[in-house]
Design a protein around this ligand. Structure first.
Ligand code: ADP
Ligand code: MG
Length: 315
């Protein structure tokens, strides 16, 4: 498929959105910035054999997850997604059907979150499939929820359940899986609503999305905020996956990545459910330094960041 016909195809399927003055078809997109807002910009790779495998992931899933990575970063700032940009490099042998289905998955997520695809770039790759998603969002001036605001004494909260996505990868290595039994891996929903809710009420002192794993992402908050953290193992909400459904082990919940849940700190009491999503208190911000894991019996041990590293190293 030629570059031009692919862009035409994308253009026909992409919707306009309130923020887009001029979308696909010109040298640049022209975006409208809401009065009194600041822009958020994030960019994330989706690389074949790093973030997905063609034999494991249907193209729609790859497309959906590609946009979700960007949406999740916007959610973690408490932002409103405004426009998306997709750069794709495709090896010549990639079937047109694969690309169509990838776009369908990506545009389904775009539709669901009402974010227009406003541009991108298309090129031939020397091998495989590489996509890069750029999300532009916005927040009222000065209200973006940063990683750096956590203070000793704040509670530590997480949305949803953890470890479900990593559990799918572990299972995929052994054979086929039913996507419906691993919802959070094949169809993660970015927590944009929750992020927005927390930002509006000024409830989160620091926030991040769990893309690399709880231990690694919590460490980012600790480092940026200059604090430590205490996590109660038993409190961590563990995903239920497989058939019959079973809870994932503590290791996957602590270190497994790509759940796209929100992890945040707050000095205030947080409802058990936000925007229909379960929220769990899993510990507290401490003076530090470092992270501590409190086991069920009360024993304390050091928590080290060893988040998920995709399928690094294997062939
Ligand atoms: P240029 O040569 O100026 O970079 P292109 O021919 O690459 O222009 O792109 C033409 C238009 O199509 C631009 O609006 C660009 O943003 C859009 N576009 C190109 N590739 C994609 C893509 N994969 N997804 C969405 N829009 C795209
Ligand atoms: Mg271009």
């Amino acid at each position: 498929m030629g570059e031009k016909s692919l862009i035409e195809r994308v253009r026909r399927r992409a919707r306009d959105g309130a923020a887009v003055v001029t979308g696909i078809g010109d040298d640049c997109a022209v975006l409208r910035v809401p009065a009194g807002h600041q822009l958020l910009v994030t960019t994330d790779f989706t690389l074949e054999n790093v973030h997905f495998r063609r034999e494991w992931h249907p193209p729609e899933v790859v497309g959906w997850r590609c946009l979700t990575r960007g949406l999740s970063d916007i959610a973690a700032m408490g932002g409103e997604p405004r426009a998306a940009f997709l750069s794709m490099a495709l090896e010549r042998v990639i079937p047109q059907k694969w690309v169509n289905r990838f776009l369908a998955g990506l545009l389904e997520a775009a539709e669901e979150f009402r974010v227009p695809l406003a541009g991108g770039d298309t090129a031939q790759s020397a091998g495989g499939i590489q996509a890069d998603i750029v999300l532009v969002g916005s927040v009222p001036k000065g209200t973006a929820v940063l990683r750096s605001g956590a203070r000793p004494g704040d509670g530590i909260y997480v949305t949803g359940e953890l470890g479900g996505s990593a559990a799918a990868i572990a299972r995929l290595r052994e054979g086929r899986v039913r996507a419906a039994d691993y919802e959070r891996h094949f169809h993660p929903v970015a927590r944009v609503e929750v992020g927005r809710w927390l930002r509006r009420r000024g409830l989160a002192s620091a926030m991040i999305d769990v893309s690399d794993g709880l231990s690694t992402d919590l460490e980012h908050i600790c480092e940026e905020s200059g604090v430590g953290a205490e996590i109660e193992v038993a409190a961590i909400p563990r995903a239920r996956v497989g058939r019959p459904a079973r809870q994932v082990g503590f290791d996957l919940a602590l270190h497994g990545g790509e759940d796209y849940e929100l992890l945040f700190a707050s000095a205030r009491k947080i409802p058990a459910k936000l925007a229909g999503v379960r929220v769990t208190r899993i510990g507290r911000i401490a003076r530090g330094p470092g992270m501590v894991l409190i086991e069920a019996g009360g024993r304390r041990r050091r928590l080290l960041a060893r988040g998920w590293e995709h399928f690094k190293g294997d062939s």
